[in-house]
Write a protein that binds this ligand. Sequence first.
Ligand SMILES: Nc1ncnc2c1ncn2[C@@H]1O[C@H](COP(=O)(O)OP(=O)(O)OP(=O)(O)O)[C@@H](O)[C@H]1O
Ligand SMILES: [Mg+2]
Length: 251
Amino acid sequence: MTVSTSDRPDTANRNASSNGGENGKAMLRLDGLSKVFTTDEVETHALSGVHLEIRKGEYVAISGPSGCGKSTLLSILGLLDTPTGGAYWLDGVPVQSLGFADRARIRNRQIGFIFQSFNLIGDLTVFENVELPLTYRGMGAGERRRLVGEALERVSMGHRARHLPGQLSGGQQQRVAVARALAGDPLILLADEPTGNLDSTNGDAVMELLQELHKMGSTICMVTHDNRFARHAERTVQLFDGRVVDEQRQR
Ligand SMILES: Nc1ncnc2c1ncn2[C@@H]1O[C@H](COP(=O)(O)OP(=O)(O)OP(=O)(O)O)[C@@H](O)[C@H]1O
Ligand SMILES: [Mg+2]
């Protein structure tokens, strides 16, 4: 893992990375990140002092036992939740203290989230599901149509654009969810147990799709408790009890 406390982002490298940058540039950095949940006066330390850096074009898998903080970490990376301590830079911008509206805006443009349970909207067609996040950007209909078409082709689901999610297999639904995540060309794809609700054939197909997207240049961070799948990534980060306890590079 690359840990840095001295190399603070500055305007120069922010400009470099937001202009596209090159593979190898830090895209995301966590520094001493913590998350404490307080319920009924019980404190749960879900994350404690996590340092993590993910570079542009990397494919990182986060693994560890149930309850070790994987989903909490991914929710914070995806700006779905906020940390209680530490710092988070996304593309050189400190995002740990942003308010709800700013987080929603950045999430919509820069994060592609893939959930275990697909999270497609049941009464919208495949096309409309993939289109929805682009609509929130105020993008014109023509451009939306082009981006949705391209994203569906990338996951081989163009022929099902008018279907409803309920008319698709689990594997197909997850491919649509991947298309929704990548249609807006996000900085990073975050996937929380993307194969968790799939049989092994469909699970393997989704893993192959992520591998392909990585080869085409996507930056990916995936949570999985399946070591077989973790090995698809270039680097695995092992969490235990809210801390990074090990890190391995596969190749
Ligand atoms: N909203 C919440 N309120 C209180 N505690 C929470 C909340 N969300 C998570 N936790 C606690 O934080 C810890 C980490 O949870 P998390 O969901 O991140 O684990 P996980 O590694 O994703 O587990 P799994 O592999 O089972 O999905 C757990 O002890 C959990 O009970
Ligand atoms: Mg989880």
